[in-house]
Design a protein around this ligand. Structure first.
Ligand SMILES: [Mg+2]
Ligand SMILES: [Zn+2]
Length: 183
């Protein structure tokens, strides 16, 4: 497949603090260094695509309107750092509540949608997140995954290690790795 590389980022526990089912945009807090890390990806002309599982919507804990307000809030928090995400994608489902879907990570639908929209080559791209499911798509699509130890990352570190998936302390360190491994 042709196209350009991109960076697929998990949101909760990777870019922002994860309070669990964030319904109040006013409570959103960026993780340390996260905005500057995104700005560095922006300057490197790598599309930054946020893909997030939001099962709180299926569970009735977060309305879709509230979720969309958190998307806008994230954009606002990034803006003073000259950072932006190129697109937000979310899965509102949970298999126990809404049945199986093709969009909940590690499923590939949202990544494939972003790849089509931005002309991305998944095999040349990066997946960064604090859960194994955030980085498994890299195995499926041929890109590279980096598990970060922020958020819930320590819980999945052993399984990531067993699968030879790279581990970084946090998003800024993961971005260092992305940028140094580019030609
Ligand atoms: Mg997460
Ligand atoms: Zn879904």
């Amino acid at each position: 497949m042709s196209g350009r590389p991109a960076v697929f980022l998990d949101r909760d526990g990777t870019l922002i603090e994860d309070p669990g089912y964030l319904s109040d945009a006013g409570r959103m807090r960026l993780l340390p260094g996260a905005a500057d890390a995104v700005a560095r990806l922006n300057r490197a002309a790598l599309p930054v695509v946020v893909v997030t599982n939001q099962s709180g919507i299926a569970r009735g804990l977060v309305t879709e309107q509230q979720y969309l307000a958190t998307e806008r809030r994230l954009d606002e928090l990034l803006q003073p750092h000259a950072a932006h995400v190129d697109a937000h994608y979310f899965c509102p489902h949970h298999p126990d509540v809404t049945g199986p879907c093709d969009c909940r990570k590690p499923a590939l639908l949202l990544y494939n949608r972003a790849a089509d929209r931005f002309g991305i080559d998944p095999a040349a791209s990066w997946w960064i997140g604090d859960r194994l499911r955030d980085v498994l798509p890299a195995e499926a699509l041929g890109g590279r995954g980096i598990l970060v130890l922020s958020g819930a990352g320590t819980e999945d570190a052993a399984s990531a290690q067993a699968r030879q998936i790279q581990i970084a302390p946090d998003l800024p360190a993961a971005v260092d790795s992305v940028l140094t491994r580019r030609p």
